[in-house]
Write a protein that binds this ligand. Structure first.
Ligand SMILES: Cc1cc2nc3c(=O)[nH]c(=O)nc-3n(C[C@H](O)[C@H](O)[C@H](O)COP(=O)(O)OP(=O)(O)OC[C@H]3O[C@@H](n4cnc5c(N)ncnc54)[C@H](O)[C@@H]3O)c2cc1C
Length: 510
């Protein structure tokens, strides 16, 4: 069937693409310049702004901190920039001897594993902040160039909807001045902020949340990381690589409880081998300053002491004070905004995207939700959000990248799939590079051999997962993956090898 796009102005465009149907309201149908107001300028907001402007709407993005949002200013971009330094250090530290590199001064410190490289954390953090600000400026320039308006201030959705379907958003600037905007559609993309434990309030000096670590000038000597989810594991690994002595406090049996168990086991083993103190089944109850140190008390009464403590115990959606419930936007018990698969909220003309929806806390998903909202409201071709094709990565060393159905889905019977896992130890390129830890795992449907998921644990797994993502997205079979050439020697050769093994087992009727 052919689909034809009708923009509010009535131009038929981009025939031949799938669309879920017209969803714009009456005002958008009649108004040649549809007015979109976006509250929050993170990936959910700014990507939507770019699409909205590209589709001819009059777009205003309101953000109180700067475009790019927490993703660019405090979360994703800064942490990955810090990790870039850590990655170089770990790669060197863990392989220089085996690769025959000689260093001048290799004297081991009395109570630390031998280190041959050190770090100037002040310099690293200045670079982190510089890059984050530059990226925020670039995004602002892109949105402005595309024709969007960028406003600095706090946006609030006003209750009620006019008869033409439009809504009002009030923007309060830092100096208290207010401006009210009229919108045919509003996108809420206000993100989230770090969760705090009442008895472990960050002071920005020694008890820190992840937005505050970039103000440190000196490397923490002994860092306690509370929380072993993705954020906690990434920071614990990074500071360990930079030279801190790290204790990772995990309330669960193992680190990364939400990830592939084999991958989490590899990472925990690597962490311990590198000297990290990983404390499982240990829940932090409080953290307090004791002079120049921090004392963390666990719920079973034990205490741990360090020079610094980083709290990484989850996020809270920024959905308070935005006028949501007054405007008829339904919130979940967790405070996240309820949305459907095309980013609509329960209030007509109000869409939501990103961390404030609690759908999947990833910048890529936030951006996709924002774009989908615009495609939907502006009547462009739109496919509903499909979380089964999302690829995600944990930026530790080794990295853990995943896509599609998981081991847990297979184990609990959510999907019937065959699984093959191949350790990287057997990969020739890995041997040459001194890589010992990691594996490639693929999940495929029995019978058809269609690839439904995969896990890669290796250096730069974030890059290696892409062929598996393409396979999952396009229902490719293990045969198709196995028959494509890979470079010899290469880590991606292991992906083809796993596919070959799954193909053989399928042919053998296993
Ligand atoms: C440490 C860390 C590392 C991460 N690393 C990655 C990664 O590597 N890859 C990845 O995909 N994801 C990563 N994430 C997740 C990613 O950062 C989030 O999923 C992403 O930021 C969500 O984007 P968003 O658009 O929903 O909101 P945000 O990026 O949080 O932006 C929301 C913006 O809205 C503003 N705002 C809030 N309320 C208002 C208001 N009333 N008026 C105006 N403005 C308002 C906020 O100040 C903020 O600027 C990481 C998260 C953390 C915590």
């Amino acid at each position: 069937m052919e689909y034809v796009l009708h923009l509010p102005g009535g131009d038929p465009r981009t025939p031949g693409r799938k669309r879920a149907g017209w969803a714009g309201n009456e005002s958008a149908r009649r108004n040649p310049l549809t007015r979109i107001v976006i509250i929050g300028g993170g990936p959910g907001g700014y990507e939507a702004a770019l699409v909205g402007a590209q589709l001819g709407a009059e777009v205003t993005v309101v953000d109180c901190d700067g475009l790019g949002g927490a993703s660019v200013l405090t979360d994703c971009v800064p942490s990955k920039t810090l990790i870039a330094t850590a990655e170089v250090m770990t790669t060197f530290d863990s392989s220089y001897e085996e690769l025959g590199i000689i260093v001048e001064d290799d004297t081991p410190h009395i109570d630390r594993p031998a280190r041959v490289v050190g770090v100037d954390l002040g310099k690293v953090n200045r670079r982190v902040k510089r890059l984050a600000l530059a990226q925020s400026h670039d995004i602002t320039a892109s949105v402005t160039r595309a024709g969007g308006r960028v406003m600095r201030g706090r946006g609030r959705l006003e209750p009620g909807q006019a008869v033409d379907g439009s809504r009002k958003v009030t923007v309060t600037a830092a100096d208290g001045s207010e401006e009210t905007l009229t919108a045919d559609a509003v996108l809420i993309a206000t993100g989230a902020h770090p969760r705090e434990i009442p008895d472990a309030q960050p002071d920005g000096e020694r008890i820190l949340n992840w937005t505050q670590v970039y103000d440190l000038d000196e490397l923490p000597e002994e860092l306690i990381v509370v929380g072993s989810g993705v954020t906690g594991a990434e920071f614990a690994g990074a500071y360990q690589a930079l030279g801190s002595r790290v204790t990772l406090v995990s309330s669960r049996d193992r680190v990364l409880p939400g990830e592939d168990p084999d991958a989490a086991a590899v990472l925990e083993d690597v962490f311990r081998r590198r000297g990290m103190n990983v404390m499982s089944r240990s829940r932090a109850a409080s953290a307090k300053r004791v002079g120049d140190r921090v004392e963390v008390t666990l719920s079973d009464g034990r205490t741990i002491s360090g020079t610094h403590c980083l709290m990484a115990v989850g996020s809270i959606p920024n959905t308070e004070g935005v006028g949501l419930e007054e405007a008829g936007v339904k919130l979940k018990d967790s405070g996240h905004i309820w949305t459907d698969k095309v980013s609509r909220t329960s209030a007509p003309g109000v869409y939501a995207a990103g961390d404030c929806t609690g759908v999947f806390a990833l910048a890529s998903v936030a951006a996709m939700q924002g774009r989908i909202a615009m495609y939907h409201f502006l009547g462009d071709a739109v496919a509903p959000l499909n979380l089964k094709t999302v690829s995600a990565n944990v930026f530790t060393d080794p990295e853990i990248a995943t896509v599609g159905y998981s081991q847990a889905d297979v184990d609990n019977g959510k999907i019937d799939a065959r699984v093959v896992k191949l350790p990287l130890l057997r990969n020739p390129r890995a041997k040459m590079q001194g890589i010992r830890d990691g594996f490639v795992k693929l999940f495929c449907r029995p019978g058809t051999g269609i690839v439904v998921g995969g896990v890669v644990v290796s250096p730069r797994a974030s890059e290696l997962i892409h062929p598996i993502s393409i396979a999952v997205d396009n229902n490719l079979t293990v045969e198709q993956i196995a028959s494509a050439f890979t470079v010899y020697p290469s880590l991606s050769g292991s992906i083809a090898e796993v596919a070959r093994q799954l193909h053989t087992r399928k042919s053998a009727g296993e």
